[in-house]
Design a protein around this ligand. Structure first.
Ligand code: OOG
Ligand code: MG
Length: 256
């Protein structure tokens, strides 16, 4: 298989908002290591056109998300600086394919975490901030349908993110059972709590640090880490307003 060409097609799909067919449909021997390589080539392509790394994301870390897309293993990908939702809170649908929003916990570290062997204690000691966040996923595949290898190659559908201002670190003991809801045009569509993410979203950071070690990478201080969707994701269209409500803060955007 031509991994370079596939990475270019996925990048093109993102830039032109035109979805492509699943790779696994035409490449029967498409393996996990091919998928990881394609994700890596895609990131390098993004960097050549000036994109900058903001951090990493974990995905498919909750049952709700796994059932949502019918893929049952956690995955990770790159978050680019250009994915950050502008301060005016407006998402332009003309720049998207078929976006969905999901509530997440974001983490920022003060010390580098380099696996293997990173433990929960290491993560807790490295924490600088824990924030309410949301992610926009926008699969580059037709119909938002993919297999594990497809979604890894597609940088885990990463397309946007917003991180709140309120640092929840002083309330870390209560984080797991904080009630959050996602509203579309005022109506509650999803509710959940961070415990849905591997029982504790900090375990998602443990897993990320140890997985990155396989690629000789680490989590650096200041990077944004998205720990994975708490609820299933919610699609939206032009004219919709989304509010992700935490007890401490509401994160909102409008789609135009
Ligand atoms: C795959 C990415 C999953 C999460 O938080 O679970 C993800 C997708 O749903 O398109 O970002
Ligand atoms: Mg996500």
């Amino acid at each position: 298989m031509n991994k370079q060409a596939i990475a270019e097609a996925l990048r093109q799909a993102l830039v032109t908002q035109t979805p492509i067919a699943q790779i696994s449909k035409s490449e029967p021997n498409f393996s996990l290591s091919d998928a990881i390589e394609i994700q890596e080539i895609g990131f390098n392509l993004a960097q050549t056109v000036g994109e900058k790394l903001a951090g990493y994301k974990m995905g498919l870390t909750s049952k709700a998300k796994q059932r949502d897309v019918n893929v049952f293993e956690p995955i990770h990908g790159y978050i680019l600086k250009s994915f950050e939702i502008p301060k005016n809170g407006i998402i332009k649908m003309a720049e998207r394919i078929h976006p969905r929003v999901e509530p997440e916990v974001a983490v920022v570290l003060k010390h580098e975490l380099r696996g293997p062997g990173v433990t929960m204690r290491d993560v807790l000691m490295a924490l600088d901030g824990v924030y309410p966040a949301l992610e926009i996923v926008d699969s580059r595949y037709e119909g938002f349908i993919f297999k594990l290898e497809d979604v890894i190659a597609d940088n885990t559908s990463a397309a946007g993110f917003m991180v709140g201002r309120v640092n929840l670190l002083p309330q870390l003991n209560e984080l797991n059972l904080m009630g959050i809801s996602v509203r579309k045009n005022g109506m509650i569509m999803e509710t959940g709590a961070p415990a849905a993410v591997l029982g504790d979203p900090m375990l998602s950071v443990v897993s990320l640090a140890n997985t990155l070690a396989n690629e000789a990478k680490s989590i650096l201080p200041g990077m944004v880490i998205l720990t994975g969707g708490i609820t299933q994701s919610l699609s939206f269209k032009k004219g919709d307003r989304i509010d992700v409500e935490w007890p401490q803060e509401v994160l909102s955007f409008s789609a135009e």
